[in-house]
Design a protein around this ligand. Structure first.
Ligand code: GUN
Length: 298
């Protein structure tokens, strides 16, 4: 079998066009131009590219995409102050603090990342990292959904792949992807209805015994570990759907967490890297920014 390649780039484009149309409608109805401000501390080259891409995507959707650049030597107190002033600024609807923050000794003064993220007003928290938004998701009444897992739900929905009643194995337990992904797919009703919810979910991780055997039981396998090509073809059941969240730089190449070439002969559908999950994350960020602008109108 050769898997259907799930084209995240195309689906991301469709979502971005939907968001652009909704932004135009919101503004035509008297709403303010939605504004996302990304806070970029330091000079990390990958973060600079990510932030530039986010800002460009905003502009294309009719959203004001601002970037606030701060030197790596910025202190915790200074960064908190910057975020608090963005919290107070009525022209800013969404705030995103680009991660990772610079490490101590690497030009940086050392940050308590958790405390920084906690400073973002939950009503402007378009990453959905604040404890309020995480808690609302846990309780099945989400406000903002985290962008990467939400993008994956959209990808499954828009390709007609139901997970209801199926066994989903999420490999990785990060706050950004693994944990919220598992929660979203196990809910009774998801953001795209009952078909992309109601899954039986296993969260696997680096301490899981017999990881390969656990993965082999997955109808849908979601890899979010950040280890290049860790998921090999022998870990994938024939006909499984494979979603690869990894973006790992190996030499001058980007590779996922899944060994794609062999995996595509086992899976029924698979996301490529790049061009799979990545473009969906940005699309959902735009969606959240519009939502933030709407919430702040109320
Ligand atoms: N760095 C890598 N991914 C992300 C993300 O989704 N949000 C933020 N703020 N930083 C990131």
């Amino acid at each position: 079998m050769s898997a259907k390649i799930l084209d995240g780039k195309q689906i991301g484009l469709e979502i971005r066009q939907d968001v652009a149309a909704q932004v135009a409608e919101f503004v035509a109805g008297g709403g303010p131009k939605p504004c996302l401000t990304a806070v970029l501390v330091g000079e990390d080259p990958a973060s600079q590219v990510y932030v530039r891409n986010k800002s460009r995507a905003c502009e294309k959707a009719g959203i004001d995409g601002r970037t606030l650049r701060l030197p790596a030597e910025t202190t915790q107190a200074e960064l908190v102050e910057v975020i608090e002033s963005l919290n107070q600024d009525p022209a800013v609807h969404g705030i995103l603090v680009q991660l990772p923050l610079p490490k101590k000794g690497n030009g940086g003064s050392g940050f308590d990342e958790r405390a920084i993220l906690d400073t973002v007003d939950p009503m402007k928290d378009v990453d959905a990292f604040s404890p309020v938004n995480v808690g609302l998701l846990m309780q099945g009444r989400p406000r903002f959904l985290p962008c990467t897992p939400h993008g994956i739900v959209q990808l499954l929905h828009r390709t007609g792949l139901s997970v209801a009643g199926k066994h989903v194995v999420v490999v990785g337990r990060s706050d950004i992807v693994g944990k919220p992904m598992a929660m979203m797919l196990a809910q009774r009703t998801g953001s795209c209805g009952e078909d992309v919810a109601n899954a039986t979910v296993t969260i696997a991780h680096s301490r899981t015994a017999n990881l390969a055997e656990v993965c082999q039981t997955a109808d849908v396998l979601i890899a979010a570990v950040g280890v290049p090509e860790m998921i090999t073809a022998d870990m994938i059941a024939n006909g499984a759907v494979v979603i690869d969240v990894g973006i790992n730089r190996v030499g001058d190449k980007l590779v996922g967490d899944v060994a794609f070439d062999a995996a595509k002969d086992k899976a029924s559908a698979i996301t490529p890297v790049p061009g799979g999950v990545g473009p969906l994350t940005i699309a959902m960020l735009l969606h959240n920014t519009l939502m933030a602008a709407k919430l702040q109108q109320q």
